[in-house]
Write a new protein. Structure first.
Length: 143
């Protein structure tokens, strides 16, 4: 990183090209761009580290899809809701891996479009609404 006289800032930008076997045994190129600051680390290490980070970011994104929203300020209750959302994501991943896929040579074939996380959440919502009903309105008496 360097700062010029006109207050602009520049970073080192590394672009990694990775050859990958594609469909029908054709080879393609994947490009990855990394912005680093004063790094003395091997580029392949940075690539592997980012790959691990991608899984973490994805799990948090999925967790936010099924997060229970509340105005409650109690940290214990909020932590419970976060825990429930991670459990729901893990249940969905388990079903995708072992129930909605099939073995094949190499990796498993996972039918992602058949059972997305939003679909599972909709099923759960329907079950809860059937069991407990839906609140359609709240009336406050005036006296």
């Amino acid at each position: 990183m360097s700062q010029g006289k006109d207050n602009h800032v520049s970073f080192d930008l590394w672009i990694v090209c990775k050859y990958k076997k594609g469909k029908r045994k054709q080879y393609g190129i994947e490009y990855f761009a990394y912005v680093v600051y004063k790094s003395q680390i091997n580029l392949s290490y940075i690539h592997q580290d980012y790959r691990k980070r991608f899984g973490i970011e994805s799990s948090y994104r999925l967790k936010n899809l099924c997060r229970i929203r509340t105005n409650n300020k109690k940290p214990i209750l909020r932590l419970l809701f976060v825990g429930i959302s991670f459990v729901l994501v893990n249940i969905w991943v388990y079903h995708m891996r072992f129930k909605i896929s099939r073995k094949r040579k190499g990796r498993r074939l996972i039918y992602r479009k058949l059972f997305c996380l939003k679909q599972m959440l909709a099923f759960l919502r329907q079950v809860v609404e059937r069991k407990y009903g839906t609140v359609e309105g709240i009336y406050i008496s005036s006296g």
